[in-house]
Design a binder for this molecule. Structure first.
Ligand SMILES: [Zn+2]
Length: 376
Protein backbone atom coordinates (compact mmCIF):
# COMPACT_ATOMS: atom_id res chain seq x y z
CA UNK A 1 0.00 0.00 0.00
CA UNK A 2 0.99 3.61 -0.35
CA UNK A 3 0.32 6.22 2.35
CA UNK A 4 0.28 9.94 1.58
CA UNK A 5 -0.25 12.96 3.82
CA UNK A 6 1.49 15.70 1.87
CA UNK A 7 -1.62 17.76 1.17
CA UNK A 8 -3.88 20.28 2.92
CA UNK A 9 -4.47 19.27 6.56
CA UNK A 10 -2.50 16.04 6.06
CA UNK A 11 -0.62 14.69 9.06
CA UNK A 12 1.21 11.35 9.15
CA UNK A 13 4.88 10.41 9.23
CA UNK A 14 5.20 6.89 7.87
CA UNK A 15 7.86 4.98 9.79
CA UNK A 16 7.30 1.49 8.34
CA UNK A 17 4.96 0.18 5.70
CA UNK A 18 4.19 -3.19 4.09
CA UNK A 19 1.18 -4.14 2.01
CA UNK A 20 -1.02 -4.66 5.07
CA UNK A 21 0.68 -3.01 8.04
CA UNK A 22 1.97 0.48 8.71
CA UNK A 23 3.60 2.20 11.64
CA UNK A 24 2.87 5.92 11.66
CA UNK A 25 3.81 8.82 13.92
CA UNK A 26 1.69 11.93 14.20
CA UNK A 27 3.74 15.04 13.38
CA UNK A 28 3.80 17.75 16.08
CA UNK A 29 2.34 21.17 15.27
CA UNK A 30 4.60 23.65 13.50
CA UNK A 31 7.02 25.12 16.06
CA UNK A 32 5.12 23.50 18.95
CA UNK A 33 4.76 20.21 20.79
CA UNK A 34 1.00 19.75 20.49
CA UNK A 35 -0.30 16.87 18.41
CA UNK A 36 -3.29 14.59 18.02
CA UNK A 37 -4.71 15.48 14.60
CA UNK A 38 -4.00 12.88 11.91
CA UNK A 39 -5.14 12.70 8.32
CA UNK A 40 -3.77 10.42 5.57
CA UNK A 41 -4.73 8.67 2.38
CA UNK A 42 -4.06 5.01 1.69
CA UNK A 43 -3.93 3.47 -1.76
CA UNK A 44 -3.79 -0.28 -2.31
CA UNK A 45 -5.67 -3.34 -3.49
CA UNK A 46 -9.23 -3.45 -2.14
CA UNK A 47 -10.41 -6.22 0.21
CA UNK A 48 -7.27 -6.58 2.35
CA UNK A 49 -7.40 -6.18 6.11
CA UNK A 50 -4.89 -3.46 6.97
CA UNK A 51 -3.52 -2.24 10.28
CA UNK A 52 -2.29 1.28 10.97
CA UNK A 53 -0.47 1.76 14.26
CA UNK A 54 -0.11 5.34 15.50
CA UNK A 55 3.00 4.67 17.51
CA UNK A 56 3.34 7.98 19.37
CA UNK A 57 -0.31 8.17 20.50
CA UNK A 58 0.77 7.89 24.15
CA UNK A 59 2.61 11.21 24.07
CA UNK A 60 -0.10 13.09 22.14
CA UNK A 61 -1.57 16.21 23.76
CA UNK A 62 -4.54 14.34 25.28
CA UNK A 63 -3.58 10.66 25.54
CA UNK A 64 -6.55 9.83 27.79
CA UNK A 65 -8.80 11.01 24.94
CA UNK A 66 -7.90 8.00 22.79
CA UNK A 67 -9.93 5.75 25.11
CA UNK A 68 -13.26 5.10 23.42
CA UNK A 69 -12.24 6.97 20.28
CA UNK A 70 -12.88 5.52 16.79
CA UNK A 71 -11.17 6.90 13.68
CA UNK A 72 -13.14 8.07 10.65
CA UNK A 73 -12.66 6.83 7.10
CA UNK A 74 -14.00 7.75 3.68
CA UNK A 75 -13.66 6.56 0.08
CA UNK A 76 -15.01 9.72 -1.51
CA UNK A 77 -14.31 12.53 0.97
CA UNK A 78 -18.04 13.08 1.49
CA UNK A 79 -19.39 10.02 3.27
CA UNK A 80 -17.52 9.26 6.50
CA UNK A 81 -17.80 6.19 8.70
CA UNK A 82 -16.09 4.93 11.86
CA UNK A 83 -13.61 2.09 11.70
CA UNK A 84 -12.30 -0.34 14.31
CA UNK A 85 -9.86 1.49 16.55
CA UNK A 86 -8.27 0.53 19.83
CA UNK A 87 -5.86 2.19 22.23
CA UNK A 88 -3.62 -0.26 24.05
CA UNK A 89 -0.09 -0.06 25.40
CA UNK A 90 0.19 3.56 24.37
CA UNK A 91 -0.52 2.89 20.71
CA UNK A 92 -3.62 3.66 18.69
CA UNK A 93 -4.39 0.89 16.22
CA UNK A 94 -6.82 1.29 13.32
CA UNK A 95 -7.93 -1.89 11.51
CA UNK A 96 -9.92 -1.73 8.31
CA UNK A 97 -10.66 -3.83 5.24
CA UNK A 98 -11.23 -1.20 2.56
CA UNK A 99 -13.66 -2.10 -0.21
CA UNK A 100 -12.08 0.41 -2.57
CA UNK A 101 -8.52 1.18 -3.64
CA UNK A 102 -8.27 4.65 -2.08
CA UNK A 103 -9.29 5.43 1.50
CA UNK A 104 -8.74 8.46 3.70
CA UNK A 105 -8.37 8.04 7.47
CA UNK A 106 -8.74 11.01 9.76
CA UNK A 107 -9.22 12.23 13.33
CA UNK A 108 -12.38 14.07 12.26
CA UNK A 109 -14.14 15.07 9.03
CA UNK A 110 -11.84 17.72 7.50
CA UNK A 111 -13.07 21.17 6.49
CA UNK A 112 -10.99 22.50 3.59
CA UNK A 113 -10.05 25.97 2.35
CA UNK A 114 -12.26 25.47 -0.71
CA UNK A 115 -15.29 24.98 1.55
CA UNK A 116 -14.39 28.16 3.46
CA UNK A 117 -14.07 30.11 0.23
CA UNK A 118 -17.49 28.85 -0.89
CA UNK A 119 -19.01 29.82 2.47
CA UNK A 120 -17.51 33.32 2.37
CA UNK A 121 -18.51 33.78 -1.24
CA UNK A 122 -22.10 32.66 -0.57
CA UNK A 123 -22.40 34.79 2.58
CA UNK A 124 -20.95 37.88 0.87
CA UNK A 125 -24.22 38.04 -1.08
CA UNK A 126 -26.07 38.72 2.19
CA UNK A 127 -23.40 40.39 4.31
CA UNK A 128 -20.16 42.31 4.00
CA UNK A 129 -16.93 40.36 3.49
CA UNK A 130 -13.92 41.89 5.22
CA UNK A 131 -10.26 40.92 5.42
CA UNK A 132 -9.00 41.09 9.00
CA UNK A 133 -5.36 40.18 8.36
CA UNK A 134 -3.11 38.04 6.21
CA UNK A 135 -1.26 35.45 8.26
CA UNK A 136 2.54 35.06 8.21
CA UNK A 137 2.01 32.34 5.60
CA UNK A 138 -0.20 34.64 3.57
CA UNK A 139 -3.57 33.10 4.23
CA UNK A 140 -6.47 35.48 4.85
CA UNK A 141 -8.34 35.63 8.14
CA UNK A 142 -11.71 36.87 6.95
CA UNK A 143 -15.00 37.94 8.44
CA UNK A 144 -18.58 38.40 7.28
CA UNK A 145 -20.63 41.17 8.87
CA UNK A 146 -24.35 40.35 8.77
CA UNK A 147 -26.91 43.10 9.39
CA UNK A 148 -26.19 46.80 9.74
CA UNK A 149 -22.40 47.13 10.31
CA UNK A 150 -23.09 50.18 12.50
CA UNK A 151 -25.74 48.42 14.56
CA UNK A 152 -26.21 49.32 18.20
CA UNK A 153 -25.23 45.84 19.37
CA UNK A 154 -22.63 43.52 17.87
CA UNK A 155 -22.47 39.75 18.34
CA UNK A 156 -19.15 38.11 17.53
CA UNK A 157 -18.83 34.46 16.55
CA UNK A 158 -15.43 32.91 15.88
CA UNK A 159 -14.30 29.37 15.14
CA UNK A 160 -11.18 27.31 14.83
CA UNK A 161 -8.69 29.15 16.96
CA UNK A 162 -7.43 25.59 17.35
CA UNK A 163 -6.29 24.37 13.97
CA UNK A 164 -7.36 20.74 14.19
CA UNK A 165 -10.98 21.25 15.29
CA UNK A 166 -12.89 21.22 11.98
CA UNK A 167 -16.22 20.51 13.72
CA UNK A 168 -16.04 24.15 14.81
CA UNK A 169 -15.94 25.30 11.22
CA UNK A 170 -18.89 23.07 10.25
CA UNK A 171 -20.78 24.62 13.17
CA UNK A 172 -20.07 28.22 12.17
CA UNK A 173 -20.83 27.30 8.54
CA UNK A 174 -24.37 26.35 9.62
CA UNK A 175 -24.69 29.46 11.76
CA UNK A 176 -23.48 31.82 9.02
CA UNK A 177 -25.68 30.28 6.34
CA UNK A 178 -28.69 30.83 8.59
CA UNK A 179 -27.71 34.48 9.10
CA UNK A 180 -27.40 34.78 5.30
CA UNK A 181 -30.97 33.52 4.82
CA UNK A 182 -33.08 36.62 4.18
CA UNK A 183 -36.28 34.60 4.71
CA UNK A 184 -35.46 33.43 8.25
CA UNK A 185 -37.93 35.11 10.64
CA UNK A 186 -35.67 35.01 13.67
CA UNK A 187 -32.75 36.48 11.75
CA UNK A 188 -35.03 39.28 10.53
CA UNK A 189 -36.01 39.99 14.14
CA UNK A 190 -32.37 40.17 15.19
CA UNK A 191 -31.54 42.65 12.44
CA UNK A 192 -34.68 44.70 13.20
CA UNK A 193 -33.54 44.86 16.84
CA UNK A 194 -30.39 46.58 15.53
CA UNK A 195 -28.09 43.65 16.19
CA UNK A 196 -25.27 42.81 13.77
CA UNK A 197 -23.18 39.63 13.60
CA UNK A 198 -19.42 39.60 13.06
CA UNK A 199 -18.43 36.05 12.07
CA UNK A 200 -14.90 34.69 11.56
CA UNK A 201 -15.08 31.09 10.28
CA UNK A 202 -11.39 30.31 10.75
CA UNK A 203 -9.06 32.25 13.05
CA UNK A 204 -6.12 29.91 12.35
CA UNK A 205 -5.99 29.08 8.61
CA UNK A 206 -2.23 28.36 8.59
CA UNK A 207 -2.49 25.78 11.35
CA UNK A 208 -5.56 24.20 9.74
CA UNK A 209 -3.83 23.85 6.37
CA UNK A 210 -0.66 22.39 7.97
CA UNK A 211 -2.60 19.69 9.82
CA UNK A 212 -1.81 21.13 13.26
CA UNK A 213 -3.88 20.26 16.31
CA UNK A 214 -3.80 23.59 18.14
CA UNK A 215 -1.07 26.05 17.15
CA UNK A 216 -0.67 28.59 14.37
CA UNK A 217 2.40 28.54 12.10
CA UNK A 218 4.50 30.24 14.77
CA UNK A 219 3.61 27.57 17.32
CA UNK A 220 1.26 29.77 19.35
CA UNK A 221 -1.91 28.38 20.93
CA UNK A 222 -4.24 31.23 19.90
CA UNK A 223 -6.74 30.53 22.66
CA UNK A 224 -4.06 31.19 25.26
CA UNK A 225 -2.98 34.45 23.60
CA UNK A 226 -5.72 36.73 24.99
CA UNK A 227 -3.91 37.93 28.11
CA UNK A 228 -5.47 40.83 29.98
CA UNK A 229 -3.49 44.03 29.39
CA UNK A 230 -0.83 42.26 27.31
CA UNK A 231 -0.27 42.64 23.56
CA UNK A 232 -1.03 39.29 21.85
CA UNK A 233 1.98 37.42 20.50
CA UNK A 234 0.13 36.18 17.42
CA UNK A 235 -0.70 38.17 14.30
CA UNK A 236 -4.15 36.57 14.21
CA UNK A 237 -5.36 37.45 17.72
CA UNK A 238 -3.69 40.86 17.58
CA UNK A 239 -5.58 41.80 14.43
CA UNK A 240 -8.94 40.48 15.69
CA UNK A 241 -8.56 42.39 18.95
CA UNK A 242 -7.91 45.64 17.10
CA UNK A 243 -11.14 45.18 15.12
CA UNK A 244 -13.04 44.29 18.31
CA UNK A 245 -11.75 47.45 19.98
CA UNK A 246 -12.83 49.53 16.99
CA UNK A 247 -16.27 47.91 16.64
CA UNK A 248 -17.24 46.89 20.18
CA UNK A 249 -18.46 43.50 21.40
CA UNK A 250 -21.87 42.84 22.98
CA UNK A 251 -21.87 39.05 22.74
CA UNK A 252 -19.10 36.51 22.10
CA UNK A 253 -19.34 32.87 21.00
CA UNK A 254 -16.17 30.82 20.41
CA UNK A 255 -16.55 27.38 18.80
CA UNK A 256 -14.21 24.46 19.54
CA UNK A 257 -13.83 20.69 19.44
CA UNK A 258 -13.04 18.49 22.44
CA UNK A 259 -10.92 15.38 22.07
CA UNK A 260 -11.94 13.59 25.24
CA UNK A 261 -15.68 13.95 25.79
CA UNK A 262 -18.36 12.04 23.96
CA UNK A 263 -20.79 14.93 24.31
CA UNK A 264 -21.30 18.67 23.77
CA UNK A 265 -20.32 20.91 26.63
CA UNK A 266 -19.97 24.60 27.30
CA UNK A 267 -17.09 26.51 28.82
CA UNK A 268 -18.23 29.49 30.84
CA UNK A 269 -15.89 32.42 31.53
CA UNK A 270 -14.07 32.36 34.83
CA UNK A 271 -16.78 33.09 37.46
CA UNK A 272 -15.14 36.22 38.85
CA UNK A 273 -15.12 37.80 35.37
CA UNK A 274 -18.89 37.51 34.82
CA UNK A 275 -20.66 40.73 35.74
CA UNK A 276 -23.83 40.36 37.81
CA UNK A 277 -26.28 41.27 35.00
CA UNK A 278 -24.84 38.60 32.73
CA UNK A 279 -25.04 35.69 35.19
CA UNK A 280 -28.62 34.67 34.23
CA UNK A 281 -27.77 35.00 30.54
CA UNK A 282 -24.76 32.71 30.90
CA UNK A 283 -26.90 30.21 32.80
CA UNK A 284 -29.65 30.54 30.16
CA UNK A 285 -27.30 29.42 27.42
CA UNK A 286 -26.33 26.35 29.44
CA UNK A 287 -30.04 25.58 29.90
CA UNK A 288 -30.75 26.06 26.20
CA UNK A 289 -28.17 23.45 25.14
CA UNK A 290 -28.94 21.07 28.01
CA UNK A 291 -32.66 21.02 27.24
CA UNK A 292 -32.36 20.81 23.49
CA UNK A 293 -29.51 18.35 22.99
CA UNK A 294 -29.42 14.71 24.01
CA UNK A 295 -25.68 15.02 23.38
CA UNK A 296 -25.23 17.62 26.14
CA UNK A 297 -22.91 16.85 29.05
CA UNK A 298 -21.52 18.88 31.94
CA UNK A 299 -18.16 20.63 31.98
CA UNK A 300 -15.66 17.76 32.42
CA UNK A 301 -12.64 19.88 33.38
CA UNK A 302 -12.35 18.42 36.86
CA UNK A 303 -12.31 14.86 35.55
CA UNK A 304 -9.12 15.42 33.61
CA UNK A 305 -6.14 13.78 35.33
CA UNK A 306 -3.62 16.18 36.85
CA UNK A 307 -0.76 14.84 34.74
CA UNK A 308 -2.22 15.96 31.41
CA UNK A 309 0.24 17.54 28.99
CA UNK A 310 -1.82 20.72 28.71
CA UNK A 311 -3.53 21.43 32.04
CA UNK A 312 -6.06 24.23 31.99
CA UNK A 313 -4.74 27.13 34.02
CA UNK A 314 -6.72 27.99 37.12
CA UNK A 315 -6.45 31.81 37.47
CA UNK A 316 -8.96 34.15 35.85
CA UNK A 317 -6.41 35.39 33.31
CA UNK A 318 -6.24 32.18 31.33
CA UNK A 319 -5.38 33.77 27.99
CA UNK A 320 -8.63 32.28 26.68
CA UNK A 321 -10.75 34.52 24.44
CA UNK A 322 -13.94 34.01 26.49
CA UNK A 323 -12.21 35.26 29.65
CA UNK A 324 -10.60 38.20 27.88
CA UNK A 325 -13.89 39.30 26.29
CA UNK A 326 -15.84 38.90 29.57
CA UNK A 327 -13.16 41.02 31.28
CA UNK A 328 -12.73 43.69 28.60
CA UNK A 329 -16.25 44.04 27.16
CA UNK A 330 -18.36 42.88 30.15
CA UNK A 331 -20.67 40.97 27.83
CA UNK A 332 -21.99 37.38 27.66
CA UNK A 333 -19.22 35.11 26.44
CA UNK A 334 -19.23 31.37 25.80
CA UNK A 335 -17.28 28.44 24.33
CA UNK A 336 -19.05 25.44 22.86
CA UNK A 337 -17.04 22.22 22.70
CA UNK A 338 -18.21 19.70 20.09
CA UNK A 339 -16.92 16.12 20.32
CA UNK A 340 -14.46 14.21 18.14
CA UNK A 341 -15.99 10.95 19.38
CA UNK A 342 -19.20 9.38 18.16
CA UNK A 343 -22.33 10.59 19.90
CA UNK A 344 -25.92 9.40 20.13
CA UNK A 345 -28.64 11.92 19.25
CA UNK A 346 -32.15 12.23 20.66
CA UNK A 347 -33.58 10.01 17.91
CA UNK A 348 -30.81 7.46 18.64
CA UNK A 349 -28.89 8.55 15.53
CA UNK A 350 -25.38 7.20 15.94
CA UNK A 351 -22.66 9.75 15.29
CA UNK A 352 -25.17 12.56 15.35
CA UNK A 353 -22.49 15.27 15.43
CA UNK A 354 -20.47 14.66 12.30
CA UNK A 355 -20.37 17.47 9.71
CA UNK A 356 -24.16 17.77 9.18
CA UNK A 357 -24.88 17.55 12.91
CA UNK A 358 -22.39 20.31 13.66
CA UNK A 359 -23.94 22.49 10.94
CA UNK A 360 -27.37 21.95 12.50
CA UNK A 361 -25.96 22.83 15.91
CA UNK A 362 -24.65 26.06 14.41
CA UNK A 363 -28.06 26.93 12.93
CA UNK A 364 -29.67 26.30 16.34
CA UNK A 365 -27.04 28.45 18.03
CA UNK A 366 -28.67 31.47 16.37
CA UNK A 367 -31.72 30.71 18.55
CA UNK A 368 -29.57 30.49 21.67
CA UNK A 369 -27.94 33.82 20.86
CA UNK A 370 -31.35 35.39 20.09
CA UNK A 371 -32.63 34.32 23.52
CA UNK A 372 -29.78 36.27 25.08
CA UNK A 373 -29.91 39.34 22.86
CA UNK A 374 -33.67 39.65 22.38
CA UNK A 375 -34.43 38.74 25.97
CA UNK A 376 -36.87 35.95 25.10
ZN1 LIG B 1 -10.17 24.20 20.99
Amino acid sequence: MRIEADFECGNAIVEQVSDTEAVINIRPDSNAQYFQWFHFRVTGEAGKLRTFTLANAKVASYPHAWNGYRALASYNGTDWFRVQTCYTEGKLTIRHRATQTSTTYTFFVPYFEAQREQLLDDCAKAGERRLIVNTPNNRPVEMIVFGNPNAKRKAWVIARQHAGEPMAEYCIDGLMRRLADGQDELVKQLFEADIAFFCIPNVNPDGSAFGNLRANAAGIDLNRDWKQGVEPKSVEVGAILRVMEAEGVDFFYDIHGDEASQYVWLVQPHAELIVEDNKPLQEGMETFVRERYAEYGPDPIYDIPANENDPLPKPADTGMAIDYVAWRFKCPSLIVELPFKDTIGADTTIDSLLAAGCEAFGRDSVEMIAEVLLGK
